[in-house]
Write a protein that binds this ligand. Sequence first.
Ligand SMILES: Cc1cc2nc3c(=O)[nH]c(=O)nc-3n(C[C@H](O)[C@H](O)[C@H](O)COP(=O)(O)OP(=O)(O)OC[C@H]3O[C@@H](n4cnc5c(N)ncnc54)[C@H](O)[C@@H]3O)c2cc1C
Length: 308
Amino acid sequence: MKGFKTDMEKDIIRQFCDIAGTDNVETDAPMNRYTTFRTGGPADCMVSPGTIEQIRQLLKICRENKIKYFVMGNGSNVIVRDSGYRGLIIRINKNFSGIRLEGEMITAQAGMMLSKVAAAASTAGLTGMEFASGIPGTLGGALGMNAGAYGGEMSQIVEWVKVMDQNGDLRTLSREELEYEYRNSRILKENYIALEAGIRLEKGDPDRIKQTTEELGNCRREKQPLEYPSAGSTFKRPAGSFAGKLIMDAGLAGRRVGDAQVSEKHCGFIINRGNATSGDILALMQEVKDIVYKKTGISLESEVKILD
Ligand SMILES: Cc1cc2nc3c(=O)[nH]c(=O)nc-3n(C[C@H](O)[C@H](O)[C@H](O)COP(=O)(O)OP(=O)(O)OC[C@H]3O[C@@H](n4cnc5c(N)ncnc54)[C@H](O)[C@@H]3O)c2cc1C
């Protein structure tokens, strides 16, 4: 499908509006506004559903009309090409973000920002989620990516995740069934949509929880170039090494393509100095990969998801 332009396709947009409400449907959605890299061309259409049934109906229309779709949370780990995305972005965000606390268990919907789930845990005196407070994604993105930092990761605290498969069927996967690995999971591998998760934490000392959260936040601000748009670590950590160190040792700190730059503060980050395009970022990523491979024989793998 090449853009939603013909009458038939306009009819599809009308159906999206009927499902999710006109306010939650955007055509030619400028993806530089919806990704933390602040780059990328328009997506044909973006819908932010508010219920499981709406998501199911969106998938049904995509299936019946052979429309490509991509599930996005906060766009903090994606690159949309400058030519944009020919298909539907299903954005699971604040429209889909209820939360419930019962004892040591938090049940939250996937569109909630991870930092907000962590803040709710802290307020309730629950420990185990401090690591997640500075990760600028949604719970759904973190559940798929097995997001982690400072020794913690989602796989340690997730008890179950309710997912929808591509046919719209629901299932609840236990932690074991989620097959968590470093920055990967069955959710991503099988293109499931994460809808809701049960997170098990432990009672802790509220002052200590706040202090740890603050310390980790300070550590991020000190070490990471948070003053520039980025997608966090650009590459996965290779076994037995650190991408940032390999890139630094290869002499690539500060290397630029256009306004995309290997951060001098943290070589693991590629940053947008202002007017970078996705093309600049992708070209720089390729250069970094090639040079690191030539110098070390280690093949860096992108952690950032590239929409095709
Ligand atoms: C400044 C900065 C710091 C960061 N620090 C960290 C860090 O410390 N640790 C870390 O792990 N990451 C870090 N990241 C990367 C990013 O924030 C995480 O990967 C985050 O979990 C992505 O969530 P998101 O909602 O933005 O997902 P998106 O970027 O929108 O999507 C990422 C992937 O998740 C999938 N996805 C999103 N929502 C769902 C859903 N509901 N169901 C199924 N799949 C879904 C998408 O299809 C895509 O494959 C950082 C990023 C930035 C910009």
